[in-house]
Structures are given as C-alpha cells and as structure tokens.
Design a binder for this molecule. Structure first.
Ligand code: FUL
Length: 474
C-alpha cells in the first residue's frame, strides 16, 4: 500500500567532561522547553566546520518523533486522496489526541508531527483559505480544530509539536495557477504558525502533481522557507533540501552506515529532485558539506501511511521497531515513526502494544552502561587521528557499543575501528566503520571483555574526545 514517492514526484581540547555534560543534557528529562528561550548558539566549531543550531541540536537529541497521518484518507481507505472527498466523510467517533500523545510519551517519543493537510487538500483546522476542512465535517459539529487539539495534547504530555503541510493540493481551485496558489499556501502556513504557539518542526514533502484544473504548480520554496523563519525562528524545517533537516532518502527506516550531518546544498537545492547523486547525498550526507543538515528517517509502523483496517495484522513488531531504532538513531539520524490513528481517531491497540513493547526492550538493553566507572584515555595521534582506550570497571559480556561525538562542535570522524580486549590481554577487532556523529550504535559479536579501544583512522579535522557506552548482548 505504501507508495514510494520517488515513483511519483516529478520533478583545543574539549574536556571529556564537557562531552559528557552535553550527553547528560541530551538525556535530561527536562529537555522539553516548549516556549522556552533557545540555548545560546554553539561557540566553538571544529576548524570552521558547520555546527548545529540549538534547534537542530534539540531536534536530534529528541531521537524519536511520532508521525501522525490522519485525514479523509483514514475514512476512504486510501493512501492518496484525489481532492474530491466529501468533508462529510471525516467522522472520527472517539477522537482523542491526548491518547496519541500519552502513548507517544510512554513509548519514549519526545516530539510529534501531524499531517495538517495531505495531498487531498483537506485541512484539519478551520482555515479561511478553503471550505474543504474540518469546519465542513460532522466532527464536533463542524466546530472542531484538530491542529489545536493536537498541539494542546503535545504540550500537556511534554512533547514538541510539528506540522506537515503538503504543498500538493488536489482540491484547491487555485492549485496550478502558480502565484494565486502560492499565496493560498502561504496563508495556510501563516495560520498554522501564528495560531498555535511554538511549532518545533515544519515538514514539507516534494510531491508536485497536477491540480484539479490539470495545471502544474511551481512552488516558491525561498518564500515558503523565509516565511517559516520569520514566523517561527526556532522551528526546524524538513524537506529533501532542508533547509534545516533533510530527508534520509528512503521510507524503509534505514539511514546510511556513512551518515554525515553536513551536506553540499548545491546537490539538492529544492525538494522533489531525483538522480543517483541526489539519493546518495540524502542517504549519506557529504563529507565536505558546507551546511549542517542532519537526516531524518521517516517510516511507518504499518505498510501504509494512513490507517487501513486490512493492515491491522501487519503492524511492525517490537523487534522490528528496535531494529529501526538501531538503523536510524543508531546511525546519526532521527526516527520519525508514523503511527496512523484509526477511524475512531485513536491509535490502534496493536500499534500501542508494539510501541510499549519497543520501549520496554530499549530500556532493558540500555539499562546498564558497563563502561560507567571505567577509565578512559584519549590521545590524538596525528592531525586527524586519535585513539581512545577504555578499561571496563570489571570484565563484562558486551554486545552493543554506543559511540558519540560532541556534535555541538560539529562532526569530524570519517573512519573508525573498534577493538575489544579479552582477559588474556589480547586485542581483537570487533567492527570497522565510517562516520559516528551524534550516535553510532554498533551491535558486536557478544564477547567477554575487560577493555575497548576505538581508533579514529580518518577525520575531516582534529577529532574531539568521544563518549563510549557498552551494553550487554540482547
Ligand atoms: C510522501 C507522501 O506522498 C506520502 O503519502 C507520505 O505522506 C510521506 C510521508 O510523504 O511525500
């Protein structure tokens, strides 16, 4: 049921202490500061390399965001509507955005993104730009505002809210009449970004199909991005071309094993481009990138993005979800996991069960850092090489190694090797890899170890001390 959008879219030494403080902040439960002041910008950077803004850093540290696809498609059993749906079809019987947010929070998510409008053009808020919205539906007698309920639920549960506004609109009569529709689209964005308080992420896809009048629309990305910056300077904007967060290049939930948060903006200047070099840059980023634009991995818990009763038996298992976590968060990305509400307007029991089981598994896996209390030695061995040696406080079976760079200063490591030391004092190579970034989770063959060594064999600039965590095998 899932549609691959590419088939459619046309077109000095930082003390180890401060690294640890950065990580402690990442883990701090008080992280969500909706409406709070932004942290001061990162002062230092690695030899002039790009660094994240405070908003990009927060976005990454959230690790897990829940994507909510909900709208007329939920009721017509389609993935893409065509804009001719009757607003009367939008009739959830027991909608409770708080249940979405409660589930998200209980499952360890820290943000949520709602489809305020999908390609069919139906708006989930009462907009002045069209009658094709919840205001014409039977839900809450036409007085409902789902964006409001969503944002309120996020805030009540301490989650950062985000909104997806599809530029492709198969309902609006002006679509295809370029400047008229661009004005409508900007008016919609303005409503969304001025009525509901701080919005953390604004999500743009690149789909650009025909409108009801058979005409093709030319989007004005610079104006759109400029408007978001002006109305919500602390929001991050997602699209293939960012400008803040880039698409990871597939909808399978897999980031590149090489994943730079830096990109060359000339390779993907606008959303919706295709080609090998575009896909490579989305997936891996660019070692010589001049802009900080980390990758977001969006994937659904079900085959489709919208709810279909026939897919109730095809919800991803907790094991699948844990493996998605490793292939996204564990590869310097963020996981935007779609969990579509059903026709009641609730997350389905099966999805909720998988999410909570995923959380229990992740907590069990990362319950005890076997490196805590050990001794760490960091040594630079050349202009772009270094070695980190860790003595575990006691011998332990190790199955997962968690490496992190202090990315507030940028991303440096291009190649690394991991060795484990056994009780007889021998070192054995357990893995070799490329980038590390915010977080690199390595599943290694379970071994009883007394120490670990990470050798950085290549970097774009002098690397800063890494954080290393070790966990027992699953
Ligand atoms: C794509 C859309 O075409 C899909 O329907 C879905 O919303 C996905 C997340 O983005 O561009």
């Amino acid at each position: 049921m899932s549609i691959d959008r590419r088939t459619f879219v046309a077109g000095g030494l930082l003390a180890a202490l401060s690294a640890r403080r950065l990580l402690a902040e990442a883990a701090a439960p008080g992280l969500v500061r909706a409406g709070g002041r932004p942290a001061p910008p990162a002062r230092a950077s690695l030899a002039g390399r790009p660094v994240p803004t405070p908003a990009q850093l927060r976005w990454q540290q959230d690790e897990l965001a829940m994507f909510i696809h909900f709208g007329v498609n939920t009721f017509t059993d389609r993935e893409w509507g065509d804009g001719r749906e009757s607003p009367a079809s939008f009739a959830p019987t027991a909608l409770d955005a708080r249940q979405w947010a409660r589930t998200a929070r209980a499952a360890g998510f820290r943000a949520m993104v709602l489809t305020a409008k999908h390609h069919d053009g139906f708006c989930l808020w009462p907009t002045a730009t069209t009658r094709h919205s919840v205001a014409s539906s039977p839900w809450r007698d036409g007085r409902g505002d789902l964006v409001r309920e969503f944002v309120d639920a996020c805030r009540a549960e301490g989650l950062r809210p985000g909104l997806y506004l599809s530029p492709w609109d198969q309902n609006h009569p002006t679509y295809g009449d370029t400047s008229a529709y661009n004005a409508v689209y900007q008016a919609q964005l303005t409503e969304l970004l001025t009525r509901y308080g701080p919005i953390h992420e604004v999500w743009f896809d690149g789909a650009n199909g025909e409108g009801p009048n058979g005409k093709r629309q030319v989007y004005d990305w610079p104006a759109t991005w400029g408007l978001v910056r002006r109305l919500q300077p602390e929001a991050v904007m997602f699209s293939d071309a960012g400008p803040d967060i880039r698409w990871i290049g597939n909808e399978r939930g897999v980031a590149g094993t090489t994943n730079w948060s830096t990109v060359r903006p000339d390779i993907v200047p606008v959303p919706g481009m295709t080609g090998d070099e575009v896909m490579r840059s989305l997936q891996d980023g660019d070692r010589d990138g001049t802009v900080w634009r980390p990758g977001e991995t969006d994937v659904s818990i079900r085959p489709g993005w919208f709810y279909h009763p026939a897919e109730d038996a095809r919800v991803r298992t907790a094991d699948d979800l844990v493996s998605l976590y490793f292939s996204s968060v564990g590869r310097n990305s963020k996981l935007l996991l779609n969990v579509p509400p059903d026709r009641r307007g609730l997350l389905h029991e099966r999805d909720v069960a998988s999410l909570l089981a995923m959380r229990a598994r992740l907590e069990a896996r990362f319950a005890r850092d076997l490196a805590a209390g050990g001794t760490m030695r960091w040594r630079t061995t050349g202009a772009t090489t270094a070695v980190l040696e860790l003595d575990l406080p006691r011998p332990a079976m190790v199955g997962i190694v968690d490496l992190r760079e202090p990315i507030a200063l940028g991303q440096a490591v291009a190649a690394h090797q991991l060795e484990g030391r056994t009780a007889d004092g021998r070192w054995q190579v357990v893995s070799r890899g490329t980038t590390i970034g915010y977080r690199r989770l390595l599943e290694v063959p379970p071994m009883r170890l007394v120490g670990l060594r990470v050798t950085i064999t290549d970097a774009v600039t002098r690397p800063e001390p890494l954080h290393v965590g070790c966990y027992a095998p699953a």
